[in-house]
Write a protein that binds this ligand. Structure first.
Ligand code: UD1
Length: 441
């Protein structure tokens, strides 16, 4: 599928942010820690959620969706064999390691491998699980992790990895004794996972700081939990509104999660204000160039680097954007150049000289956030752009084109003339009777 987008319209109106992809994926995995039913509310309808659902179902969970609520129950000890095709498709599925290891005492899982934005190893996940007592080996391309018992430990992460922090928290929540995790990731999604685990009966303190204490409990029970709003979706729409002018209210946001972005918007001269029900952004003239360096939370999020870069292609002056979290996250630059952007990449930095206008072009999304960057650029460009490989966008943005159309954008989803091997319909397409497979083979 592809988007056909006619740029140059101001965005007007309001939109609602969906539940956070990066919060719901580990929380779905955490539901495997109990035999009771878990109810998750505000679950976005995303391709990645569908993939995680399939992973968990393959391993023995029963899952049903009603509207935005997901019911998950794993009544018996889950299968320890993680499905190769699904795990290698979505790196985030590595977070099932901690919960399955704890529940089944064993997991056999293929390493998730790299992706377009870098090699993305999992050494810190493994280091943490080993410290808790897991024995891990490689066997015919699979990781074998075993632990009859998990014991609390003091673990120092060399880098505050989000996934490693989540995996360790989920393995340690029912370990014997106390785990102290130092240099832990502090992202809001970590806090949401800790809150959920505590609602299940866990004893976790300090989530959201760089030291998390996990006092092991003997078992967890079912719980009902609402997923936090997606700060990256919110940020992407705020950036699109800033790029297009007009007047947009982005609803269902937690402003505290957006501080690093809002600080940069202020430097750029974007007009915005916090309202009771969201953040209002309105456009007034050309923005100022700024320098941005991505960092772990509470620094500027790497997931907003691409859309922020797209916005700055039209700012007045020269911006320098430095990516410190991932090694290869400038794949969108080449595509933005096709639209007339003046960008040079030097190592981990992109140097942008702002242009007054971009021109419409046919471009291809290389990953999820690169896709959002191209949509932003196309919204502002003169003429009709085509954005290809939008299955990347469907991985993490619920109904992006419907939300943009609601704000007055001229955007349509159409089948690509030649369906690329990986191109797949939007989430929910199967339920609507589409005969195509939901997931790439
Ligand atoms: C999560 C988010 C992703 C976000 C990223 C950083 C989910 C599903 N995804 O990804 O959207 O961009 O946090 O905020 O929540 N690393 C290692 N060894 C490890 C683990 C990580 O070298 O064992 C490296 C990675 O290659 C990367 C950096 O550490 O360069 C950050 O990775 P990490 O924080 O683990 O990100 P994810 O959990 O994969």
């Amino acid at each position: 599928m592809k988007f056909i987008l006619t740029g140059g319209r101001a965005l007007e109106g309001s939109m609602d942010v969906s539940g956070a992809k990066n919060a719901v994926l580990p929380i779905m995995a955490a539901a495997m820690l109990t035999s009771d039913e878990v109810v998750l509310e505000d679950v976005p309808d995303l391709l990645d959620v569908t993939t995680m659902r399939r992973v968990l179902e393959t391993m023995g969970a029963r899952i049903t969706r009603t509207g935005s609520a997901l019911r998950i129950q794993a009544p018996t000890v889950p299968s320890a064999e993680a499905p190769y095709d699904l795990i290698t498709k979505m790196r985030a599925s590595i977070v099932i390691m901690g919960p399955i290891l704890r529940r089944a005492g064993y997991i056999r899982i293929p390493p998730p491998g790299g992706c377009a934005i870098g090699s993305r190893p999992i050494n810190w996940h493994l280091k943490g699980l080993e410290a808790l007592g897991a024995r891990i080996s490689m066997d015919h391309g699979f990781l074998d992790a075993r632990a009859e018992r998990l014991r609390g430990a003091r673990i120092y992460l060399d880098f505050p990895s989000v996934g490693a922090t989540e995996n360790i928290m989920m393995a340690a929540v029912c370990a014997e004794g106390t785990t102290v995790l130092e240099n832990a990731a502090q992202e809001p999604e970590i806090v949401d996972l800790a809150n959920f685990l505590n609602e299940m009966g866990g004893r976790i303190r300090g989530a959201g700081t760089n030291v998390v204490q996990i006092q092991g409990v003997s078992s967890l029970r079912g719980a009902t939990h609402s997923i936090i709003p997606d700060r990256i979706e919110a940020g992407s729409f705020i950036l699109m509104a800033a790029a297009c002018g007009g007047d947009v209210l982005v609803r269902n946001v937690i402003p505290a999660h957006l501080r690093p972005l809002l600080a940069k918007l202020q430097e750029m001269g974007v007009s915005f204000c916090e309202k009771d029900d969201g953040i209002r952004v309105w456009g007034e003239g050309r923005l100022r160039a700024v320098d941005i360096k991505t960092q772990t939370h509470p620094g500027f999020p790497t997931d907003l680097q691409a859309p922020a870069l797209a916005l700055l292609t039209r700012a007045r002056g020269t911006s320098v954007i430095t990516e410190t979290v991932f090694e290869n996250r400038f794949m969108h630059v080449e595509e933005l150049r096709r639209m007339g952007a003046d960008i040079r990449v030097d190592g981990r930095s992109a140097i942008l000289r702002g242009q007054e206008n971009l021109s419409a072009a046919t471009v291809t999304a290389s990953d999820l956030r690169a896709g959002a960057a191209l949509v932003l650029a196309a919204l502002t460009a003169e003429g009709v752009s085509e954005i290809r490989n939008i299955y990347h966008i469907d991985r993490g943005y619920e109904g992006m084109e419907a939300k943009l159309r609601g704000l007055g954008a001229d955007i349509r989803r159409v089948p690509a003339a030649e369906q690329p091997e990986n191109d797949i319909p939007a989430p929910g397409a199967a339920e609507r009777g589409n005969k195509l497979c939901l997931l790439p083979r």
